[in-house]
Design a protein around this ligand. Sequence first.
Ligand SMILES: Cc1ncc(COP(=O)(O)O)c(C=O)c1O
Length: 388
Amino acid sequence: MNLHASMGPKELEDRYELPVYPRRDLVLVKGKGARLYDAQGREYIDCAANVGVSNIGHANEEVARAIYDQYLTLGNCYGMFYNPVRARLAEKIISLGPPRLKRVFFCNSGAEAAEAALKFARASTGKAGIIAAMRGFHGKTFGALAATWGEEYQKPFVPMMPGVKHVPFNNFQKLAEAVSGETAAVILEPVQGEGGVRVGDRAYFQQVRKLCDEKGVLLIFDEVQTGFGRTGTLFACEQFVEPDMLCVAKSLAGGVPMGAVLCSDAVKVPVKSHTSTFGGNPLACAAALASLEVIVRDRLPERARTLGEYFLAGLRAIKSEKIREARGLGLMLGIELKEKAGSYVQQLAEKGVIVLLAGATVIRLLPPLVIAREEIDTVLSALREVLA
Ligand SMILES: Cc1ncc(COP(=O)(O)O)c(C=O)c1O
């Protein structure tokens, strides 16, 4: 029985949930493809994709069927037992990932993937130091949080896990100066998402890769947001360098919670030292297999590349005094304004377009990769109108 039948979802959530999310005044009830619908039946073009989760679009029927069938077959199977669906996904993801990465650890979220990678780096090297980037984002569990940049996130929870140094992103000299005999790993996003949609240079990553090889330091790429076609290749690292560990989550399982760390042979972790009850559960694995099938078969990375170029050209053609820069890679795009961007997010929602922020001044666009060119045109006109 609904105890407060007269209260709507907003009132109920505000009343009963811990208020940790900066809420928008929008009740979303349904999605299909690149469209979302609110409680009044109003339609929106989704340029947020649940912060990069819904790369294959909402309500994909193949993934839905895979989840349904798997739940009725075997929904859970702790990692101490072998399972054929998990086995197939492990083989599949390793076959699709960079050749250097030979094994996978399954978990349930992006923070858990980053957390695991940091622990694996310490266990594998016997060293404690972690170098991360300013404006980097790796999640909010204690280890991941220590690598995430920003007082806003860290301050309420000090002291942080020791051993983490932050250096400016895309500045090889500063990173090289921070590496010491105590450094276990460098953790970087190939394109910083939360930090403002900032694309690292290939030359930078190549220098970092070389330095890590020389110094016996593991290179971790956090592709929780850039993974699964978002930047125009299945993994963004294909456009840069091969890491020793690749953290993924978000769109791995078509919207079902799942994370993973793909690891090179340099990663060695003792039995029992890091496990997870739900890690690699057959339900998420079945969803991931179905979702990967869609991504590869429908060539969504190529689609992200082509549509991303079109979208970025459209953004750069907007004539507005308010825009400082439009940038991005594939369908991971940002419009940096000369002023705070918050009010434009609201105005765009009123015009039927849902976007994200990345910091105070950047409008971030992460549409499902199945978005149509005509939908992009509609988003561009809405942006032109609000930024005029
Ligand atoms: C690059 C990156 N790493 C890690 C995370 C954390 O993922 P989750 O929210 O699933 O813990 C995010 C989330 O936005 C992210 O963008």
